[in-house]
Design a binder for this molecule. Structure first.
Ligand code: AMP
Length: 600
């Protein structure tokens, strides 16, 4: 649809009236970032002024930034844990938010080994939907014709539990897909998925993936974009196709659905779509049987214009593999969000992954920025040196900050744990490169393992070596992603005191499992329920390897006095050194225990 010049946007020409409005909204918000932020904070403080949390700080109904910043402390999840526990236990009084807490969103960040519980309120769904509604209007500026076909998106719901007080606890995307906002969304030609809602909402991950893949194959010529939330999810789908194409081809040939799809609403829905198509079945077999799967995405879905997956942050490790399977299709990272709050979007989504910057939308929450010194442990928040937090419009290009948010749902000056670097501005709203999440050592999928967790895991596992009079002298780790799914590799150098009684393969396999058992619930869920992480591997290295590692670091300028063994490595020469010293490799022989129920 042509749009008259009155509607044209500095971002680019909109694809229609609706898009013009969305782009205009982005312009308004980013031009007035300062005043929007002021309004957002005043709204939050006004509505929550009588909450137990805010009354502690005696704001006396003040809603201005200066009073807020001088009286309300900057906090982490651990500071909030006691009140979150009370809400989880059923206390319905206005503790954090004047609006009732509608559910908890379970973050992939963990505290004491369990997922963090993020309180949310009903209206946050509107805010999330608002951000989603801006994505396609921006994309349409760069990729024309997306209304002429469909998106093959692998979207999933995960298991949910109830807290002892009866509130639902589930991931934010599960909450969104199960909401009417998603289920009864109005038809939008730019946002048509090949996956029916029944497939997305099926709680059984095999049945959900199988039917989403089947629908994607059936409509392969209509597919214009392929996506999942994170890169790891899209690679999992490709792996799924590798494992299941024979059965999928058979279903397509015969027009009858795999009997393992037992969910009746799902099989009923697929029965309406699936008709015998021997020609397509033959095509699928022909392509999947080829030795090389290079470029498989564009061979099967030849009209795909881009892959819609997040490849920033920890997911950057998957870029080469995605390039391999897609023949180098553009990778679009469209948004930046979390369970606590949806933050913003990429206004130039077809840029290279290394150049992705997210523009924080000032209407989503009140944002502050804690200056972060690169290569330091971060800014300490002691009483002697109160941190100077910077406002959204006050950040400086090139500097790094930790994101701190105050949300409508009642988080006040909450440290998200993400480190961002300012790359520029769109109008007066800053744009950020996602640098990394603080304290994350290893990540394959949604899991985030920090140094302390890895240390505990190694300690617990090494107990099994005591009876062999053996100990772990040094260790380091690596997120191995050359296979799908990827897995954790932990390099161990052992001190074996009695060479007649060395731990054998079986013992070391049990050490792998002991480490997995010790890791946090998100790791174990990925491993057990999602199958998105493979068995943990211990690679035993020769004695003296870690000393060589130190020599190498020193030869590259590290100080002997300050040298610390890196607990995670990714630099190729170091990997090569370690791998050349490996004596034996051992894999976890079983799945660690995991249930959706929380331990506490
Ligand atoms: P969760 O705690 O499971 O809600 O995950 C939210 C976290 O995922 C954020 O705080 C970031 O660390 C990470 N994340 C979300 N979106 C992006 C993105 N576009 N690029 C990099 N990391 C992201």
């Amino acid at each position: 649809m042509a749009v008259d010049s009155a509607h044209s946007s500095p971002l680019g020409p909109p694809a229609g009236e609706k898009d013009a409005k969305a782009l205009q909204f982005i312009e308004e918000m980013t031009r007035n970032a300062e005043s929007v932020q002021e309004r957002v904070l005043a709204e939050i403080l006004t509505r929550n002024s009588q909450t137990e949390y805010l009354t502690r700080f005696k704001l006396n109904d003040a809603t201005d930034r200066e009073t807020f910043k001088s009286k309300v402390p900057v906090i982490t999840y651990e500071d909030l844990q006691p009140v979150i526990q009370r809400i989880a236990n059923g206390d319905r009084s206005p503790i954090l938010s004047a609006h009732p807490i509608s559910e908890f969103l379970t973050s992939s960040g963990t505290s004491a080994g369990e997922r963090k519980l993020m309180p949310t309120i009903k209206e946050e769904l509107d805010r999330r939907q608002l951000l989603y509604s801006l994505l396609m209007p921006v994309m349409n500026i760069y990729v024309p014709g997306l209304d002429k076909g469909k998106g093959l998106y692998f979207l999933f719901v995960k298991s949910e539990t109830r807290t002892s007080g009866g509130l639902l606890a589930r991931p934010v995307l599960t909450s969104y897909y199960k909401s009417d906002h998603f289920k009864t969304r109005p038809f939008d030609p730019y946002n048509v998925y090949t996956s029916p809602n029944e497939a997305i909402l099926c709680p059984d991950s095999f049945q959900s993936m199988y039917t989403q893949m089947l629908c994607g194959l059936l409509e392969r010529h209509q597919v214009l974009r392929l996506g999942a939330v994170f890169a790891s999810g899209l690679l999992r789908a490709i792996r799924f196709l590798q494992l299941n194409w024979r059965q999928l081809a058979q279903d397509i040939e015969t027009g009858s659905l795999n009997p393992n799809i037992t969910d009746s609403s799902l099989s009923g829905c697929i029965a309406k779509i699936l008709k015998p198509n021997p020609e397509l079945a033959e095509f699928v077999r022909h392509e999947c049987l080829k030795d090389s799967w290079e470029g498989i995405v564009t061979r099967i879905w030849p009209n795909t214009k881009y892959l819609d997956v997040i490849v920033t942050g920890a997911m950057a490790q998957y870029i080469p593999t995605l390039d391999y399977y897609s023949g180098g299709l553009p990778l679009a990272c469209t948004m930046y969000a979390s369970s606590e709050c949806y933050f913003g979007l990429n206004l130039n989504p077809m840029c290279k992954p290394s150049e992705v910057s997210y523009t924080i939308m000032p209407n989503m929450a009140y944002f502050e920025f804690l200056p972060h010194e690169p290569d330091s442990a971060g800014v300490s928040l002691t009483r002697d040196s109160p941190p100077k937090l910077v406002d959204l419009v006050g950040v400086e290009i090139g500097k790094e900050y930790e994101l701190v948010i105050t949300t409508y749902a009642g988080l006040c000056r909450y440290r998200v744990g993400d480190i961002l670097r300012v790359t520029g501005f769109h109008n007066s709203a800053p744009q950020f490169h996602f640098v990394r999440r603080k304290n994350v050592l290893l990540s394959i999928d949604a899991d985030k393992t920090d140094e302390a967790e890895l240390q505990t895991a190694v300690e617990n596992a090494s107990r099994l070596l005591r009876e062999f009079n053996t100990s772990v002298v040094e260790y380091t780790s690596y997120a191995y992603t050359k296979t799908i799914p990827g897995h954790y590799v932990v390099y161990w150098e052992l001190l074996v005191k009695d060479s007649a009684n060395t731990p054998n393969n079986e013992v070391l396999q049990q050490c792998c499992l002991a480490m997995e058992v010790s890791l946090n619930s998100v790791y174990r869920q990925c491993r057990v329920a999602d199958n998105s992480i493979g068995p943990l591997e211990i690679r035993m290295v020769k004695n003296g390897t870690f000393e060589e590692l130190m020599d190498y670091a020193i030869s590259r300028g590290a100080s002997i006095n300050q040298y610390k063994v890196p607990r995670c490595v990714s630099f190729t020469p170091i990997m090569e050194l370690l791998d050349s010293r490996v004596i034996s490799a051992h894999f976890s022989p079983a799945l660690p225990h995991w249930t959706p129920e929380r331990r506490r």
